[in-house]
Design a protein around this ligand. Structure first.
Ligand SMILES: *Cc1c(COP(=O)(O)O)cnc(C)c1O
Length: 368
């Protein structure tokens, strides 16, 4: 039985009849840049996330960049984040000229260990960038307390966490600014690159709206130097069509995760993902921890089961960050996770039989 890590075709089949007329409408009108499709999406997303404002932008990475620029992070500043994340988190901090300062993760949830943040704060620290990794929110209560105490801004990297909740509140409404990605493999994906920013703060909204269009809301008049970081009208239309389906798709992922959890329950060699207290996990990824991870990857590949490693190298060990002068062992939990975790297929349209086959194959491997 072939089980891909992700197959977007069955999802497309569900929305095809709605999305094609939307795309044709844009093509017929030849109206590709901003306009009503983008504003309509921004209004719907603000309602969905529960913030006063959202701003569509060109990718999750550009959302992070715009957010950092909007709070004036730059040369000489430090931003605290996790070393166990997709590259864009640390990359965007470097890109604005600031220094990423890593804080190790909690080994059970793989999320930044909030208890260790305060010790990493220096007079140069300007912001904290927590990542709601794999679809589960960081412990934002204590994190916001530390941030407020030290007068730091908080940018949530919610690229993997659209619809995830912490104490009943959505990812993207927990910090000062939330950053989302519509990359096709995220839970709410478009037909290419796209992203979104959420905030409750009018002054940040106004600033980011300008930064998105070269720093000038009035065309050809520039308050500051921004980016060209708009979301395409085509991508906005795709996301708007998909949004009403998101809750159902998330439930499908949670159902699949619960089934895996049940099937791995009696296998002590598989460490299952945890859903922490007060959280609603949206399972952008279902990640287990095993010994002989690389062998398991080969075994699954042989059996035509898709799997992937998120992420094989901790950020402090990336060549491009050698200048930060971290050394092996500095973030031991992040390093261990990078060496022992593997993601299994979790997308909502998987059948029960496919999940059972994946779990059975993993169990077979660990009992050899
Ligand atoms: C996907 C992702 C991003 C970047 O989003 P893009 O749309 O691919 O630029 C940033 N952070 C995390 C944690 C991500 O998973």
């Amino acid at each position: 039985m072939k089980v891909p890590l992700l197959d977007l075709k069955p999802q497309y089949a569900q929305i095809k009849d709605q999305v094609i007329p939307e795309i044709m409408d844009i093509i017929e009108n030849q109206a590709f840049i901003l306009g009503p499709k983008v504003s309509k999406l921004e209004a719907k997303m603000a309602e969905y996330i529960g913030t006063s404002y959202t701003i569509g932008c060109s990718s999750g990475t550009d959302a992070l960049l715009l957010a950092l620029m909007a709070i004036d992070v730059g040369s000489g500043d430090e931003v605290i984040t996790t070393p166990y994340t997709f590259f864009a988190t640390a990359g965007s901090i470097h890109r604005v000229g600031a220094r990423p300062v890593f804080v190790d993760i909690d080994p059970a949830s793989y999320l930044i260990d909030v208890k260790k943040i305060e010790a990493a704060i220096t007079p140069k620290t300007k912001a904290i960038m927590p990542v709601h990794l794999f679809g589960q929110c960081v412990d934002m209560g204590p994190l916001m307390e530390v941030a407020r105490k030290h007068n730091l801004k908080v940018i949530e990297d919610a690229a993997q966490a659209i619809g995830a909740r912490y104490k009943g509140k959505n990812a993207g409404q927990l910090g000062d600014i939330g950053c989302f990605s519509f990359f096709p493999s995220k839970n709410l994906g478009c037909f290419g690159d796209g992203g979104l920013i959420s905030t409750n703060r009018k002054e940040l909204y106004d600033r980011i709206m300008g930064l998105r269009v070269h720093g000038g809301i009035v065309q050809y008049h520039h308050q500051e130097v921004g980016l060209n970081a708009r979301i395409d009208a085509l991508q906005a239309a795709v996301v708007a069509v998909k949004l009403p389906h998101l809750a159902g798709w998330t439930e499908g992922r949670r159902r699949n995760a619960a089934l895996y959890n049940e099937l791995f329950k009696n296998n002590p060699k598989v460490v299952r993902p945890v859903e922490l207290a007060d959280r609603y996990h949206i399972f952008n990824q279902y990640v287990i921890r095993v010994d002989k991870r690389d062998e398991l990857k080969n075994y699954l590949t042989e059996k035509e089961i898709g799997c992937s490693i998120y992420y094989p190298l901790s950020m402090h060990q990336q060549k491009c960050f050698a200048y930060l002068n971290y050394k092996p062992g500095d973030f031991i939990e992040s390093e261990k996770a990078a060496n022992s975790t593997i993601a299994l297929p979790i997308y909502p349209e998987l059948s029960k039989e496919q999940i059972e086959f994946v779990a059975q194959t993993v169990n077979e491997f660990t009992s050899r």
